[in-house]
Write a protein that binds this ligand. Structure first.
Ligand code: 5AD
Ligand code: SF4
Length: 439
């Protein structure tokens, strides 16, 4: 039996797409190889959001090349966002690649493998006639009790720093009945937690024909009605589209978790404007306040970029103060990285690397302090935890996540996939520590 190995870079959408790539390859009769070294078909699902993603990829492509040189019978397929963005230059840059495909044409990999066009004539790019939802393919889920559910692909925003709209195209929503049917199947399969995925989940449905149109709030309510699904998460919403109907649905649906990942990007109105985020600091904070009022236990995490072109010390201070005012429970922090044809890449006043470094260090320190303060408030309380397995740092402990999406390491006896109570006893900025109790 031929064996495959899939390496995944990038976001949750890529993690989802990789599960579909694996499902498709297994349907074609391939088995999974534990490591790249053992695979006949090496697949790399790539990301291009920041330069760093690409340098990690180059190293990985180097490794794949060495394996191919040693055994030319191996195949190397490269998919995802980097492949899409570089499609005209890809094979020239990396002649070791046999086949490439973009995020909207995963099925082309299966077709290429079946057609056995692997006669050494490398260098073809798979394009479907049209973009297809990866969700139409079979899936090999990483965890039996958790499932990704794709609700849309592409993005209609024009954030000036972001490559995603170029790569993944305009937003296309999946018809709601298909989404609900998939969730029902997942529930029957033993899945207890689902994460709805889209580049901008709360503009879901706007592109659907009028007769089929459902908005994100109604979609959340429809998902909430599925028996067996105990937790619903979603990522990522755009603050500009987060309306009161979605907040109400979050507050009223028992299975929608008390967590929102709400990318702010900056705390400075001037920078938000050049980023083309279409909200300002005041509107963002008002949204946070509305959400906390409706869902008192809510955890809010965010994405922040430092060193966007033209960012002054003053602008950066505004981002620091936003972190304190919003009271984020966590944040992914990024150094601005110019991307190919994006608008921001050609803006004047690019910030020197050294200043970017200083700023990110200060930001990380503040984010950690704020997150720790927020976590400390949980000490003494009992959290509902979905058990994921053994703790990564201490094999005598279990690991799981709270509804607020915080990782907990705890003493207990439960098995993976169980929902248990954990009394919180201690905390760091990113994880809680506790003991299992009867809920
Ligand atoms: N440079 C740095 N960070 C970026 N992001 C997107 N594009 C860039 C870029 N060019 C960040 C944003 C986004 C997250 C997924 O990645 O914060 O929310
Ligand atoms: Fe990376 Fe963005 Fe593509 Fe996700 S959508 S894999 S973050 S470039």
């Amino acid at each position: 039996m031929r064996r495959y190995h899939v390496t995944t870079f990038g976001c949750q959408m890529n993690a989802h797409d990789s599960e579909r790539i694996k499902g498709m390859l297994e349907e074609l009769g391939l088995g999974e190889a534990p490591a790249l070294e053992d695979a006949d078909v090496m697949v790399i699902n790539t990301c291009t959001i920041r330069e760093k993603a690409e340098s990690r990829l180059s190293a990985h492509l180097g490794l794949a090349k060495a394996l191919k040189d040693a055994d030319p019978g191996r195949l190397l397929a490269v998919g995802g966002c980097f492949a899409e963005v570089q499609r005209d230059r890809l094979f020239e840059q990396f002649p070791q690649i046999d086949f490439a495909f973009g995020p909207g044409s995963i099925a082309a990999l299966g077709e290429w493998l079946t057609a056995e066009r692997n006669d050494g004539a490398s260098g073809s790019f798979g394009t479907g006639d049209e973009r297809r939802f990866a969700a139409e393919l079979p899936s090999r889920r990483e965890r039996p009790f958790q499932g990704w559910v794709q609700i849309s692909m592409g993005c209609n925003s024009v954030c000036s720093y972001c490559i995603v709209p170029t790569v993944r195209g305009k937003q296309m929503s999946r018809p709601a009945p298909e989404i609900v049917a998939e969730i029902e199947r997942l529930a029957v399969d033993g899945v207890r937690e689902i994460t709805l995925l889209g580049q901008n989940v709360n503009s879901y449905g706007r592109d659907l024909p009028a007769a089929e149109r459902l908005d994100f709030a109604s979609l959340l309510r429809a998902c909430d009605r599925t028996p067996g699904i105990e937790r619903i998460r979603f990522t990522s919403p755009h603050p500009k589209d987060f309306r009161s109907d979605v907040i109400a649905a979050m507050a009223e649906c028992g299975s929608v978790c008390e967590h929102a990942h709400l990318p702010a990007q900056s705390g400075s109105n001037r920078i938000l404007k050049t980023m083309r985020r279409t909200y300002d600091r005041g509107r963002f904070l008002a949204l946070v306040a509305d959400m906390r009022r409706a869902i008192p236990d809510l955890a809010i995490t965010t994405d922040l970029i430092v060193g966007f072109p033209g960012e002054t010390d003053e602008d950066f201070e505004q981002t620091l103060s936003l972190v304190e005012e919003a009271g984020f429970d966590g944040a992914y922090t990024f150094v601005y990285s110019p991307r190919y044809d994006t608008e921001a890449a050609s803006l004047p006043d690019q910030v020197p690397e050294e200043i970017k470094r200083e700023r990110i260090e200060r930001l990380i320190e503040l984010v950690q302090r704020t997150a720790r303060d927020r976590n400390e408030r949980r000490i003494g309380g009992v959290e509902q935890v979905l058990v994921e397995g053994q703790s990564r740092t201490d094999s005598t402990l279990l690991r799981g996540r709270t509804r607020r999406n915080t990782t907990v390491n705890f003493a207990g006896t439960a098995g993976a996939g169980e929902l248990v109570g954990v009394r919180v006893e201690a905390t760091s900025s990113t994880t809680l520590r506790g003991t299992q109790v009867v809920l």
